[in-house]
Ligand binder design. Structure first.
Ligand code: ADP
Ligand code: ASP
Ligand code: MG
Length: 468
């Protein structure tokens, strides 16, 4: 192993599993429970590196060193790479320079190139370090998706080629965020942040011991550390909490990746590319409770400023209308987040209905509902903000919503829409007040590193480190 090869807990455990096949003296019990893995017979590890982690030549070599180190310690490694730095944003900008509404099929052809560049370069770096590696596109890797361009869903993973390559003792690098529709035979992409989902899907298909997500922060925090520098790193989060966090804007893990992990029992280990540390495990609620010494009723404050609102004015108040609207949106592959409908008053019994969608879907959503002709008008609001609090313990603590509303009111922040789940409360607010709202709620619910010391056995040494 090279002198600066990173050491870490989870791949150490996987190494022990590999060694265990020949050395019966090594027991899984020798490793901290928090770092145990759920496929004890697997020596396969999936390691995913995000955009910042492969941004420049040095970062690519650093990722390569991590991959090689894991291989040299006995793991079979599949690495999933994102596009370098801001490449995907730049490709989107290039497309918009050419066309105001780029054809989605071609958008996918364009965007999928970013990840391929990273993988080819990383394979070169690995070769120079003395290991064999090959890079694969999503389709070569067997990632099969539906045909919704720019937001495709993985429907199957045909991992034979990866398995064969691992058998040949080679490292496999897979271009994240992309697949191929077997129906249209076209390249598809999985929506922004989709490399996380590629990694989890491969971990599930290969029965990997763990899916490691290497990123530019040291794990998952009680709030985005870029907004709340004193946020606390969570040692562990349940799938349910992480689903709510990702759905409400914590882009550290793509929502779909968490859904996939929960449905397939894949344990995610989210950690920094740039420093060694215990990171955050995302596991079942049962296990999360076992590993958490103290269960705070609120775990995190999340936010989003990437949504937009559509309002249908003068909607007929009759059965079936909402069904038609939201079926049409679903058929167009558009995810709807918060929905609000006012109680019609007066003779004409017409209602106003508002809903929020990802800003990237705004035009498609407006077109879809306009075509239905079920309202007198369709308005849109391009930039709205949302702040949410999430915590599995909220189920058994009344009064959380009241406190959220009081805190926001105290800051002079107007709440425009509200939605709740048993473990989440979200408020739509003005986009420019989002940072204030996040900080006020984080303080009011005492989520900071200093407020909840007892819960983090790894201690204060893992304060947020934020990359560029
Ligand atoms: P990558 O390029 O590695 O996929 P992303 O930019 O997609 O990384 O996700 C990491 C970013 O997520 C962090 O830089 C951080 O600003 C943001 N983030 C938002 N909420 C959280 C949170 N609760 N914990 C950690 N990071 C968060
Ligand atoms: N490169 C893609 C994006 O920027 C996918 C990813 O990084 O996960 O969204
Ligand atoms: Mg990401």
């Amino acid at each position: 192993m090279s002198a600066d090869a990173p050491r870490d807990g989870v791949t150490d455990f996987v190494v022990a599993i590999a060694a265990k096949k020949s050395d019966t003296s090594i027991s899984g019990r020798d490793y901290p429970q928090a770092l145990a893995v759920n496929e004890p017979n697997s020596d396969i590890v999936v390691m995913k590196f995000g955009g910042t982690s492969v941004a420049g030549a040095e970062e690519i070599k650093r990722a390569a060193r991590r991959i090689v180190a894991a291989r040299e310690r006995g793991c079979r490694v599949v690495a999933v790479l994102s596009a370098r730095g801001k490449t995907t944003d730049e490709l989107v900008a290039q497309a918009l320079e050419i066309s105001p509404r780029p054809v989605e099929r071609e958008m996918d052809m364009l965007l999928s190139t970013g990840e391929r560049i990273s993988c080819a370069l990383c394979a070169m770096a690995i070769h120079d370090m003395g290991q064999e590696a090959i890079s694969l596109t999503g389709s070569q890797a067997g990632i099969v998706t539906d045909s919704f361009h720019t937001r495709a869903k993985i429907v199957d993973v045909r991992a034979e080629r990866i398995r064969e390559t691992l058998e040949q003792d080679r490292i496999v690098l897979v271009a994240g965020f992309q697949g191929m529709s077997t129906e249209s035979k076209d390249v598809t992409t999985l929506g922004r942040g989709g490399s996380d989902t590629t990694a989890v899907a491969l971990a599930a298909a290969l029965g990997a011991s763990v899916c490691e997500i290497y990123t530019d922060v040291a794990g998952i925090y009680s709030a985005d550390p870029r907004i709340v520098p004193g946020a606390r790193k969570l040692p562990v989060a349940s799938y349910e909490e992480m689903l709510e966090m990702s759905a409400s804007g914590a882009k550290v893990l793509q929502l779909r990746s968490v859904e996939y992990a929960r449905n397939n029992g894949v344990r995610i280990h989210c950690r920094s590319s740039f420093e060694d540390g215990p990171g955050t495990l995302v596991v079942s609620e049962e296990e999360s409770e076992q590993q958490t010494m103290e269960q705070p009723f609120v775990t995190a404050v999340t936010h989003s400023d990437g949504e937009a609102r559509v309002t249908l004015t003068g909607v007929g108040d009759e059965p079936g209308v909402a069904g038609r609207i939201f079926t049409a949106l679903a058929d167009a592959g558009i995810n709807v987040d918060v929905i609000i409908q006012n109680e019609p008053v007066g003779e004409d019994a017409l209602a106003d209905l508002s809903f929020t969608v990802d800003r990237a879907d705004l035009t498609a959503a407006v077109d879809t509902v306009s075509e239905l002709k079920v309202s007198q008008g369709v308005r849109s609001d391009e930039r709205i903000g949302k702040v949410s609090i999430v915590g599995a313990g909220m189920r058994s603590h009344p009064g959380v919503a009241a406190k959220v509303f009081e805190v926001l009111g105290g800051e002079g922040i107007n709440i425009e829409m509200i939605s709740t789940s048993p473990i989440k409360i979200s408020c739509v607010i003005s986009a420019d007040r989002v940072p204030d709202a996040v900080r006020a709620l984080h303080t009011a619910f005492e989520l900071g590193a200093d407020a909840v010391k007892a819960e983090d056995p790894m201690g204060d040494t893992h304060r947020p480190t934020v990359g560029s």
